[in-house]
Ligand binder design. Structure first.
Ligand code: ADP
Ligand code: MG
Length: 282
């Protein structure tokens, strides 16, 4: 039974989804006939052995990877990733990568502002929104730090802030506590689970049983199939985070633009023109 499920219609629905990776002459089936309904207001944990297809599934759900066949519906409407052009749909998805994927040459506040690019929001307003969310998650004292000046937990919190800034309807997190010690991991888990509102859904891929246990439901991947029963295998715990390093070096706007472009490329967005004239790394 899912706590807080008030609306019957899933926000995201996967129907008979299949996905294979083709490497040379080999075709590797990774997702096999997956049906999945994700409801607003719920948190869903996905567990399973390494290589079972969890990240691929999350990337499909986040429009970062396309399906071979089957369908993905957002609020009942069929959508296609990753070539989806409809930015109004795309902005409903927030993604937290396992390794955070912060842009090393941008400070915390500029990293958090990246998803606001091309939204027609004034730079001052962008920073105001970023500051609000950073204060809320306890990073108000770190806004001008660069990623290599942050602890592992602070890096992940920055990634959470970046994913949250557009107030996504679907928030997807791939092993967000995977590289953190258990105390820091707990803080990130609490933060993520605390973001869930009746209008949004959270999907977390995790090996961390205590985190999964806090979600409304747990599904298990094995050999590309998704089920609701644990199918064996033990799950590993995390290692400690790395210590802060020296400040990042200065860089020019061309470099900065290409970094942002590559991040947006990862997110599957289409970069039409540079936003950098409007704001910058102070
Ligand atoms: N971009 C890719 N190209 C080719 N094969 C991939 C790619 N991404 C993942 N795979 C393969 O798909 C399988 C599932 O990977 P993944 O979804 O990352 O599993 P998990 O997250 O459960 O560890 C693995 O065998 C992996 O090697
Ligand atoms: Mg993975």
């Amino acid at each position: 039974m899912v706590k807080g499920r008030k609306v019957k219609e899933p926000v995201l629905k996967l129907v008979d989804a299949n996905k294979s990776w083709v490497i040379g002459e080999n075709t590797i089936p990774v997702l096999r006939n997956i049906d999945l309904d994700i409801f607003p207001g719920e948190s869903l944990a996905i567990m399973g052995p390494s290589g079972s297809g969890k990240s691929t599934l999350l990337h499909v759900l986040g429009l970062l990877t396309s399906l071979d066949n089957g369908d993905l519906l957002f609020k009942g409407k069929s959508i296609r990733g990753p070539g989806i052009k409809d930015k109004t749909i795309r902005r409903n998805f927030g993604f937290i990568f396992q390794d955070a994927k912060l842009i090393p040459e941008l400070n915390v506040i500029d990293n958090v502002c990246v998803p606001l690019i091309h939204r027609g929001i004034w730079p001052v307003e962008q920073k105001k929104r970023a500051l609000e969310i950073l204060n809320k998650i306890g990073l108000g004292e770190r806004v001008y730090h660069f990623p290599n000046q942050l602890s592992g937990g602070e890096i992940m919190r920055t990634a959470v802030a970046r994913a949250m800034i557009l107030q996504p309807t679907v928030l997807l997190a791939d092993e967000p506590t995977g590289s953190l010690d258990s105390q820091t991991g707990k803080r990130i888990s609490d933060l993520l689970l605390g973001t869930v509102t009746p209008d949004m859904a959270l999907v977390i891929v995790t090996h961390h049983q205590p985190l999964a246990d806090c979600a409304d439901r747990i599904l298990y991947m094995k050999d590309g199939r998704l089920g609701d029963s644990h199918q064996g295998g033990s799950f590993r715990e995390s290692a400690a985070s790395s210590p802060p390093g020296p400040p990042a070096k200065a860089f020019d706007n061309v470099h900065k633009r290409s970094l942002i472009k590559s991040f947006l490329g990862v997110q599957g967005a289409i970069l039409q023109k540079s936003p950098l004239a409007a704001g910058g790394n102070k």
